[in-house]
Structure formats: C-alpha cells, structure tokens
Ligand binder design. Structure first.
Ligand code: ATP
Ligand code: MG
Length: 502
C-alpha cells in the first residue's frame, strides 16, 4: 500500500494540470495528464490510475462519454468530475453514470486537497478487496450450510448422528443462527427424506387458529386435517415452539404422550407417525421457572438437543459466510458484481451480530444496494447493535467514539460556559430550517425538531444502543424511550418475531 498513488487529470486546459501539479508537489502522489477524452482512455489502458479527475466539458469526447468508456474498461475506477456548470441535471447524470463525486469550478486548494485525500483513501480500500477463497459449499444449493469453525463442526456431527434416528430434536439458539436450516438438514439426511417436511411457525399463527392448524378440526361434515396428519410418515417442524400458548402446549403434550391424535373432543383418535423437530430462540429453561412453558412438554421435546452457536462465537466463519452471500447476491445482480473491501471485512468480523447470520445476510444485501462502483465500503454498512429487551446484553466492545466523548465531558453545573455560546452561534444558520421544518399548524415545536435530530444522531453514533445514546444525551433510558415513541422513531429490536427482516 506504500506504492505511490497516481491521479490522472483530464482537462483540455493546460493550466488546470499545472495547477494540480503545484498543489500536490509535496505529496507522495503522481499526477498524470490527459488533454482529451481519447488521451484519457489510452492512459487508463496503459496504467490504471488510483483516481481520475476529469473536466465535464471537453472538445471531442466530453466528460460523460469518456466516463462511460472508462466504466466499461474498469467499473471500479474512481472518477471525480469537475465542472463549472453545476446544474442538478449535470450532477445527477454524472452520479448516475457512476462518478464517485464532482467538484464545482472554481474550487479552493483546500477543497481540492480534501476531496482528493478522501478519494485516494477510498481507492486504497477498494483495491484491497477480499480474494475469493475456494467455496466449501455450493451456493446454488438451497440449503447449503456454511461454516468450518469448531462449533459448526460439532453441529454437523450432531446432524449426522440425529438424522438416522426418529427421536425428537430440540434446536435452540439466538434468532438468525440457522435453526430452521439445521432442522431441514436433519430431515434431508434422514431416512424420512422422501416424505414431507411440514413446518409450522407457532409464533406467526394467531392463538385461536394454532390448534386447528396443528391438529385439524372436524365441524359437522367437513373435516380439515392439521399439520400432524399432513406430515404423516414425514417430519413436523414446530418452529418457535416457545411461543406456543399454554392450552396448545397441553394438547401437544397429550398427542406426543399417546402417539394418537383426536381432531376434536370425542372423535376417534388416530395413531400418528411423525418425527418432531422443534426450535426456539426463547430461553425455555428460564420460561419453565417463570411458569410460561410446561416442564413436561420440554422434557418430551428435549430428547436430542442442538444448541446453535451465535455468530459472534464463531467469527472464523464470517469471511466464508460473506463470500457465500456475496456469491449469491452477485448471481442475482447479473453482471453488476459487488465486492467487499478488506476494511469492510474487518468490520464485519469485529461486529457483534445480535441478529446472527440473518443479520449478516441482510446487512450485505442492503450494503450492495447502496454501494457505488462495485465495492462495498465502510460507509455503505449499517451495523446496529441494539440489545434486546428480554435478553439484555450490552455490547462487550463499546463504541469508542461515544465513550471518549462521555469521558471528556467537563464537570459543569451551569450553562453559562463559552462552549455553549459556541453552540448558540452554530445554531444560527440552522434556525430558519428548524422553524421551517416545524411546519405550520402542527403540534411539534422547534424544540421537538431539534430534539428529534439529537436523538437520531445519538442513536446512530451508538449503533442503535439506547443505553449509550441516553447516557450521551444526558437523559435516562426511559426518557429516551418516551421521546422515541413520541417522534415515532423506528425501534430496532433483536429477536422480534415475524418482522420484515426475513
Ligand atoms: N450456517 C449457515 N450457512 C448459510 N446460511 C445460513 C447459515 N445459518 C443461517 N443461514 C441463513 O440465515 C438465515 C436465517 O436462518 P434460519 O431461518 O435458519 O435461522 P433461525 O435460527 O431459524 O432464525 P429465527 O430464530 O429468526 O427464526 C436464513 O436465510 C439461512 O439460510
Ligand atoms: Mg426460524
């Protein structure tokens, strides 16, 4: 990374190129010059620059046409357009055609240095994309399980041992750890794989309908077989079994104990032949103590047990998973491939992943959507680390920036401090917007607008962690919660069921 970075300046005005050379004379960068679009293309073919700074208006091939050609040559080139005509149409076109940024002429030396410095850093990140490692699993295979870490090796062994039996299996683990995937693997490696795999999500079906769904019902002349009967000879997957209401738990227990099923009270009970695999992200043992889950049912289900490791307990697998998901994404994106830069990979490996593999997959999917120039950069990532409400867990690695700010706060019990006057001055340019944003006649004050903005900022700074955000703002968590509700700010929660994150 210590090789000299090269900037290709494309401008028909020689003064501009001389200017660039002067500005960057003392820096460790090389300025190459091209005086037309055609020259620029030739220069790129001869040597790939780290950054292209190009005038929009040039005789012959203009900036946009040249930009397009450059993109065809190398979609990952970083190109900044320079223009004296900053109409939005120009700018939109430039960005649409894949320019990284644009500079409006005339620009100051400081502005130029700032933009170039930032672009060169991005360029370094971009060129350091992760090399493709040989795949352990075929990503085109629907139920591929990715992971070579020790905890996953143990899971594979268990799948192998359990697949050959008919015993009931309970799969536990945090949300998004792959419980359903494992259930399907146990099924497909077993001798019932020619029969059906029927899944019921106990958390997604309203309480009043769940019993009928599972056990069927008989009303008058019409009979509706439930999932138990549909799965006859096969496997029934009881997903989110911890969310099953007590009455259904009781009925399930009866069915499992007797091995027989009666559709409704008084009808003849028929023998059932299904293998049960149950899964939950709830702490069942704890729920039993609290009286929310039947101990006897738990023992019926917990014959064989698979505990899925959380993603943060098998970080070795993160690069493999990233590669697997990127391969899948790229297959969908047909030709517009995206890659992950090494800085991003480091961040992904370091992240705590409260939502586990599912969160990783969603994060990559979203990042690929906003990534420019074929590479996911740190700015494209939205990593949240909200601790869930029923399983409070504060991230072990605190967000350093906010902690530093908190630690540096001086002791003060008055608002009459020079630093506050500074803030007064900085609010001045915002004032009109603040008042304008309030909108005529609505019930929110300018204070609310400001407060909302502060809260949004504090949450972003803290990766969505409410405790930290509240501490930073100097309010209690419950005050923060009230404000979040008041301003209808979206609450990110771990382990919420049936949400739109799937
Ligand atoms: N080891 C893995 N390899 C590849 N993909 C995985 C792996 N683990 C999980 N996934 C993927 O992550 C997503 C979540 O997995 P799955 O639905 O099995 O998790 P879960 O534990 O049932 O989560 P929840 O408790 O939220 O229902 C799925 O798209 C699944 O394919
Ligand atoms: Mg699941």
């Amino acid at each position: 990374m210590t090789t000299r970075q090269r900037i290709l300046v494309v401008d028909d005005e020689r003064d501009v190129i001389t200017g660039f050379r002067r500005v960057f004379a003392k820096d460790d960068v090389q300025i190459d010059a091209a005086h037309s679009g055609a020259e620029a293309i030739a220069a790129i073919k001869a040597h790939r620059p780290d950054l292209v700074m190009m005038d929009l208006r040039m005789p012959g091939l203009d900036g946009l046409q040249t930009l397009r050609k450059m993109q065809q040559l190398d979609a990952r080139l970083l190109i900044i357009l320079m223009t004296a005509y900053s109409t939005s149409a120009n700018v939109i076109e430039a960005m649409k055609h894949g320019a990284y940024d644009y500079l409006v002429k005339p620009f100051s030396v400081e502005k130029l240095r700032e933009v170039v410095k930032e672009a060169l850093k991005v360029s370094t990140d971009r060129s350091a994309t992760v090399s493709v490692v040989p795949r352990a699993n075929d990503p085109d295979e629907v139920d591929a399980i990715v992971g070579k870490s020790e905890p996953m090796q143990r899971v594979y062994k268990m799948i192998g041992q359990m697949a050959g039996t008919n015993a009931t299996v309970l799969i536990t683990g945090e949300s998004g750890t792959g419980k359903e995937l494992i259930a399907r693997a146990i099924f497909s490696h077993g001798d019932r794989s020619a029969k059906l795999f029927v899944a019921v999500n106990c958390a997604a079906i309203p309480e009043a309908l769940l019993e009928g769904e599972l056990f069927g019902h008989e009303r008058g002349t019409s009979a509706a077989p439930g999932k138990f009967e549909q799965a006859a000879g096969g496997t029934l997957f009881l997903d989110e079994v911890g969310d099953m209401p007590p009455a259904t738990q009781a009925k399930l227990l009866r069915v499992l104990q007797s091995g027989r099923l009666e559709r409704s009270r008084g009808t003849e009970a028929v023998p059932i032949d299904v293998r049960i695999i149950a899964a939950t992200s709830r702490p069942l043992e704890h729920m039993i103590q609290q009286g929310h889950f039947r101990a006897d049912l738990y023992h019926r289900l917990n014959v064989l047990r698979v505990e899925m490791p959380s993603l943060r307990d098998r970080r070795d697998d993160i690069p493999l998973l990233v590669e697997f998901f990127m391969h899948r994404l790229n297959a969908e994106r047909r030709g517009r491939e995206v890659h992950v830069s090494t800085v991003v990979m480091d961040k992904l490996i370091a992240h705590d992943w409260p939502g586990n593999v599912r969160e990783l997959e969603n994060t990559l999917r979203n990042a690929a959507l906003v990534a420019k120039g074929g590479t996911i950069l740190p700015g494209d990532l939205r990593l949240k680390s909200e601790s869930s409400d029923f399983l409070p867990r504060i991230s072990a690695t605190p967000a350093p920036a906010s902690d530093r700010i908190l630690a540096q706060l001086p002791e003060a019990n008055t608002l009459d401090d020079p630093r506050f006057r500074d803030i007064e001055a900085q609010v001045a340019p915002l004032f009109d917007q603040l008042v304008g944003a309030r909108a005529r006649g609505n019930r929110f004050s300018a204070f609310d607008v400001m407060e909302r903005a502060l809260i949004v900022h504090a949450r972003n700074r803290n990766g969505g962690n409410q405790l930290r955000a509240a501490a930073m703002l100097g309010i209690t968590r419950s005050t923060l919660r009230k404000r979040i509700a008041r301003y209808k700010l979206q609450v990110s929660r771990r382990g919420s069921k049936g949400g739109g994150t799937r």
